[in-house]
Unconditional design. Structure first.
Length: 100
């Protein structure tokens, strides 16, 4: 993977120095570096999601998850599913119709 040399300039096109920015990558390393770059460029409220989306690989050879990114990371710390359960969805258009 190569670093985008225009990264900071591209962020400046869509965000200002006092906007709050949350950055996340797979494991947290690249987003932490990106936060450092943006902070050096004058962004004041820029944060990384610790451990990224997938987190670190399980290093226990006895685990069924050995070698898989199942340790820490956002996806492993928050409840989420691949399939949508319509009973658990609140759509804005649905919610506004219910209030009428």
């Amino acid at each position: 993977m190569k670093m985008n040399p225009d990264f900071v300039a591209e962020v400046k096109q869509v965000a200002g120095p006092t906007d709050t920015l949350l950055l996340m990558c797979r494991s947290g390393d690249r987003s932490a570096k990106a936060v450092d770059m943006l902070a050096a460029a004058g962004f004041k409220k820029v944060y990384t999601v610790t451990d990224g989306f997938e987190g670190d690989k399980v290093k226990d050879p006895d685990s069924v998850f050995h070698g898989k990114r199942m340790r820490n990371g956002w996806k492993n710390s928050a409840p989420w599913v691949y399939d949508i359960d319509p009973e658990k969805i609140i759509l804005e258009e649905y919610a506004s119709k219910q209030k009428q």
